[in-house]
Design a protein around this ligand. Structure first.
Ligand code: KIV
Ligand code: ZN
Length: 511
């Protein structure tokens, strides 16, 4: 039975804790696009960023706050008053704004990082919460490194911030240290020892350093917490955060014993995961629960036999529940505009008429060289042709000579802010020659951190998708490109990374 008291609020921090991880940087347009998907997914609270960190973060949070109408939009702030003022400035126009302030509470952090006393931390926490409450009644406080905090002190601080006005109190396992049972006991301990605890929602936030973040989060919910902080694909600091799709589907699939429910529209889960991959260029591992390529693939004959007879023999949830369609085949040369439009809708894309026309045109071009078009091909088209705003750099032409009797040489023609530029240069191999020529044309010197290529779908006519990561100051910026020619895909990926670096250039990297 769904009751108010068993309702779990989903707080997504993909755009903050997730985006902080190397290789996951997103620009403002990308963040907004992803935030809209989270809203569609039914996320209760979207943590949009850390406005005081940089102008870029501020702008992204402000833009998300202005456009998201159904979900709450949270901005993170340290307990410094300037952080809180900046957070509020960024979210004040949101339909449902939330200020999220935090400070470390463990002895180890207080002594070595903050160089404060415990009573100073307590006082500063209450001041911060009171200050935030001057702006909004929706204030969250996080006791960073709570799982390594002295329990009595943790109770004291939780009680004090609730008295000061915090409506949500988050108990993070910041370093992914807690065991699930132990964490559940900690939450139960708080419920037993904090007098005013019922006046706030208790939240959990686990990191995956020991691979138990989802189990830890669920243990906290069983003990009475009613908000869980998580990220799509489990991205986040170090080993990542508890994965939203795993937490939600565990609650959904085992509601028989957990008795908890969320407002997540699970059929949008898969698309949300794919969208994050498309934006960041970082794939999930094939065996990843819920959204990995093999999550619903049954290889063993005995399993396949069982499935044919009765799906539930080897499937605890259906792929359709999370939006994995069983119709990932296929559009062909003769598919019409209407079929494409319907298929796009099924995949979770609400595109405008002219955007559908663009996809259709590219689809037809691809269908001329490739027999069957899969969802992954369509996603690649959308990523490249719909959501990339007019870029500074554009590839016009690439020709590469290589082989074991030639010095690999690339000729590249590009458009830079509308002006055509062309160069030829060599390298140790065809990819190196291509990248060296692009560097020569653009003058952009960034270290290549990663180069990855894989086939989007099966078959020798499959498109290659290339992911390139470049080091830009402290950031690792990804770029992706796809094409039936891997060298062209590589050039596109490199150029995409350069364009994404351009979009970060206004940011001051103080994170
Ligand atoms: O891991 C952590 O402690 C955090 C808090 C700021 C919520 O991300
Ligand atoms: Zn965290």
């Amino acid at each position: 039975m769904k009751s108010k008291k068993n309702r779990v609020f989903i707080f997504d921090t993909t755009l903050r804790d997730g985006e902080q991880a190397p290789g996951f940087s997103m620009n403002t347009d990308e963040k907004l696009r992803f935030a809209k998907q989270l809203e569609k997914l039914g996320v209760d609270i979207i943590e949009a960023g850390f406005p005081v960190a940089s102008e870029g973060d501020f702008a992204a949070v402000q833009r998300i706050a202005g456009e998201i109408k159904k979900s709450q939009v949270a901005a993170r702030a340290r307990t410094r008053l300037r952080d809180i003022d900046r957070a509020w400035d960024a979210i004040k126009d949101a339909a449902f704004p939330r200020i999220h302030t935090f400070i470390s509470t463990s002895d180890i952090h207080i002594k070595h990082m903050l160089k404060m006393t415990k009573s100073q931390v307590l006082k500063e926490s209450c001041n911060a919460v009171r200050h935030a409450c001057g702006f909004t009644g929706n204030v969250e406080f996080s006791a960073q490194d709570a799982t390594r905090t002295d329990r009595k002190y943790l109770c004291e601080i939780v009680e004090a911030v609730i008295d000061a006005g915090a409506t949500t109190v988050n108990i993070p396992d910041t370093v992914g240290y807690a065991m699930p049972d132990e964490f559940g006991e900690l939450i139960a301990y708080l419920f037993d020892n904090v007098g005013n605890i019922k006046k706030a929602i208790i939240s959990v936030h686990s990191h995956d350093d020991l691979g138990v973040a989802v189990a830890t989060s669920i243990s906290g919910l069983k003990a009475g917490a009613r908000q869980v902080e998580c990220t799509i694909n489990g991205i986040g600091e170090r080993a990542g955060n508890a994965s939203l799709e795993e937490v939600v589907m565990a609650l959904e699939t085992r509601k028989d014993i957990l008795g908890l429910h969320t407002n997540i529209r699970t059929k949008h889960i898969y698309h949300s995961s794919r969208l994050l991959t498309d934006i960041t260029g970082v794939q999930v591992q094939p065996n990843k629960a819920i959204v990995g390529a093999n999550a619903f693939a049954h290889e063993a004959g005995i399993h396949q036999d069982g499935l044919i007879k009765e799906r539930m023999t080897y499937e605890i949830m259906t792929p359709e529940t999370v939006g994995v369609s069983d119709t990932n085949i296929i559009l062909g040369k003769h598919s019409g505009r209407h079929a494409i439009r319907e298929h796009l809708k099924k995949m979770g894309f609400d595109l405008a008429r002219e955007e559908v026309d663009t996809v259709f045109k590219r689809f037809k071009e691809l269908a001329d060289i490739k027999k069957e078009i899969f969802d992954e091909d369509i996603e690649a088209i959308i990523a490249e042709d719909i959501f990339r705003k007019p870029d500074k750099y554009k590839l016009l032409y690439l020709s590469v000579v290589s082989g074991n009797a030639a010095i690999p040489t690339a000729t590249v023609q590009m458009e830079i802010n509308g002006e055509v530029a062309q160069e030829a240069y060599f390298g140790v191999g065809p990819i190196d020659a291509t990248f060296a020529t692009i560097k020569k044309i653009t003058g952009a010197e960034y270290t290549l951190v990663k180069y990855l290529v894989h086939a989007i779908t099966e078959g020798t006519d499959a498109q290659g998708v290339v992911t390139v990561q470049l080091r830009y100051g402290e950031r690792i910026v990804s770029g992706r490109g796809s094409d039936s020619d891997v060298l062209v895909a590589s050039a596109k990926a490199y150029i995409n990374a350069l364009n994404r670096i351009e979009s970060f250039q206004t940011r001051d990297d103080t994170k």
